[in-house]
Design a protein around this ligand. Structure first.
Ligand code: F6R
Length: 588
């Protein structure tokens, strides 16, 4: 959730750290801090707000020194305050730490440290790391020993980077990502490749229980037992760095508009890899599919389309619930895990539990170097480029495109040979209609409750649209299976209620139009997302007609993304950084 960055090299550290934090801000953005080492002294500046705000208040960029660490926070333990912002210092200010993850046993560690005289200045779980390092550094006069002893004491999930006042930077990871960037004249330790991609494309992906220590001349890697380990240097794609807003006001808007091309990119897959993926699906005695948030909604679409076209039964389970269904699995089961980041803790936990049973893991991810991709038997890439906006947009439709591609192979091409260009053309038309949707958003500015209704494959899209409205525009929204209207939700229909119907001309059309009448009769506003204009709609959002009706989810979600984006603007919310959220949810 948080992002951490460390740098040691020939260049001034502070401007590099601040820039890296800006690029990784999607991981958390409620407070920010930087520490640098200058003349044997550690300087710390930190505060509440995003990187830009804290930097302009405190001039972090101008701090002296050629080594340092930085952090953006997504609060777990302790409120959003200046003192809870990282970096955290130990008592003698000879060590500071930035941390991502959760230290589960921090209370008992803290009590022990307090009883031996340590004074804490924050409510965070992270501060115990700084004090433990201080204890062991004093005891052994060795950074390596301080790191190994500290890591052995910690329970939970963590990646942390520490600056020692002797000039050493050290980092360790367990169940949270930590990647070394190897640049000419310096090293980085970062939560994400984006933290250093501007400076180098050479990266070392640390394993669980790895420790990295950098002094002025060298980099050394150990495990928690202190034994040397070797990790290869990988070359990462420079395109990962292509994460700027271009001509758009927000990343979210840019990413929505990129769907013109990202759908085709998602469908263009290596044939052998798809074949292996499909063979594994066919070999499954029982098949499960999982994901969190939007990725779970993609799983729900997959479940229906797989059943319809490939005659394959798959059970869709939300990742945070996965641990409760394990009894029904065994080593012949196969899990398809869907995740943009490949770092979502609930998804990784599902994969871990399944792997322990000896079952296979297939994944659909956007980040090829992610923890999920690395532990999968086979993975397919969404290929949509970096998604910085916190809300999933192009990655969601990319996931669907990958799923349709798999299903098309499983059903011997029954979806047609040219779905990619059909969908790209549909996306182009929908995106050309943004102005109309922006006008509707202005009309809905003060709505307090929005219901999105859809049947069959449109139901997961109703859920996804409601999620977009909640997180971007902070409006109460619910996705409802349209047939369920009469079983309860109809009681909520009145004059100020807004109802969006996902209603293309397919086998669900007639029944959904009947719902429209029931809703209209109670005075609610009806918005139709459809390929045909109907009188019953107060507002019509046009989507192009598709020959293959099972493909509608990819196009019908786009107007909902656009609506949520413009409603966010109308309601003065920043669509790129919704309050209280973070893009990569690496805690359970
Ligand atoms: C919603 C959203 C989240 C993510 C969820 C899973 O717009 O972005 O619900 O879909 O946190 O993230 P990934 O796909 O990275 O596992």
């Amino acid at each position: 959730m948080c992002s951490i960055i460390g740098y040691k090299g020939k260049s001034p550290a502070a401007p590099i750290l601040v820039n890296s934090l800006k690029r990784m801000e999607y991981r958390g953005y409620d407070s920010v801090g930087v520490a640098t080492l200058e003349g044997g002294k550690i300087l710390v500046k930190k505060g509440v707000g995003n990187v830009e705000k804290v930097n302009s208040n405190l001039a972090m960029e101008s701090m002296a020194g050629h080594a340092g660490v930085g952090h953006t926070r997504w609060a777990t333990h302790g409120a959003v305050t200046d003192s809870n912002a990282h970096p955290h210092s130990a008592c003698n200010n000879n060590i500071v730490v930035v941390h991502n993850g959760i230290i589960e046993n921090y209370k008992e560690l803290k009590e022990g440290l307090i009883s031996s005289g340590h004074v804490f200045t924050s409510q965070t779980d992270s501060e115990v790391i700084a004090h433990l390092l201080e204890v062991y550094y004093a005891q052994f006069s060795s950074v390596k020993k301080a790191m190994t002893e500290t890591c052995k004491k910690l329970r939970g999930a963590f990646a942390f980077v520490a600056v020692f006042n002797d000039g050493t930077i050290a980092g360790a990871r367990y169940e949270e990502p930590l990647i070394i960037g190897v640049a000419n004249g310096g090293y980085f330790l970062s939560s994400d490749v984006l933290g250093f991609i501007e400076f180098t494309d050479r990266a070392i992906f640390l394993d669980n229980r790895d420790i990295a220590i950098m002094d002025s001349t060298k980099l050394e890697l150990f495990n928690f037992e202190g034994e040397a380990v070797a990790r290869p240097i990988a070359q990462v794609a420079w395109e990962l760095g292509a994460a700027d807003k271009g001509k758009y006001a927000h990343y979210t808007l840019k990413e929505i508009n990129e769907q013109k091309s990202t759908l085709a990119d998602a469908m263009s897959q290596n044939v052998d890899t798809v074949e292996k993926f499909c063979d594994a699906i066919k070999s499954a005695a029982s098949l499960y599919i999982t994901g969190s948030g939007s990725s779970y909604h993609a799983a729900l679409v997959a479940k229906q389309v797989l059943a319809k076209f490939a005659k394959i039964r798959v059970e869709a389970v939300i990742s945070s619930e996965f641990q409760y269904v394990l009894e029904s699995m065994d080593s012949k089961s196969v899990l398809i895990a869907i995740s943009q980041s490949g770092e979502t803790a609930d998804v990784l936990n599902s994969a871990k539990l399944v792997k322990r049973m000896g079952a296979k893991i297939l994944s659909i991810v956007n980040v090829p170097t992610s923890s999920l991709a690395l532990q999968s038997d086979h993975f397919l890439l969404i290929n949509c480029g970096p998604e910085i906006g916190v809300a999933a947009t192009k990655s969601f439709t990319g996931q669907l495109a990958v799923i349709y591609n798999i299903i098309n192979r499983l059903c011997g091409g029954c979806l047609g040979a040219d779905i990619a260009s059909q969908l790209a053309a549909a996306a182009e038309k929908i995106l050309a209609g943004q102005e109309n949707i922006a006008k509707i958003a202005a009309q809905l500015k003060d709505a307090t409750d929005v219901y999105i209704l859809g049947r069959s494959i449109h139901y997961p899209i109703a859920l996804e649209g409601a999620l977009k409205l909640k997180e971007l525009a902070y409006v109460h929204a619910e996705g409802i299976a349209a047939g369920e209207l009469k079983h309860g939700p109809l009681a909520l229909m009145e004059k100020n209620t807004v109802v969006i119907l996902i209603n293309p001309h397919d086998s669900t059309f007639g029944d959904t139009i009947s719902n429209a009448h029931e809703i209209k009769a109670r005075g609610a506003t009806v918005i139709g997302i459809s390929d045909s204009k109907e009188e019953i709609y107060d507002y019509w959002i046009e989507i192009p007609r598709l020959e293959q009706e099972m493909l509608y989810p990819i196009e019908s979600v786009m107007p909902l993304q656009i609506l949520a984006y413009y409603m966010a603007l109308e309601r003065n919310a920043n669509p790129d950084y919704p309050r209280n959220l973070a893009k990569s949810v690496t805690v359970r």
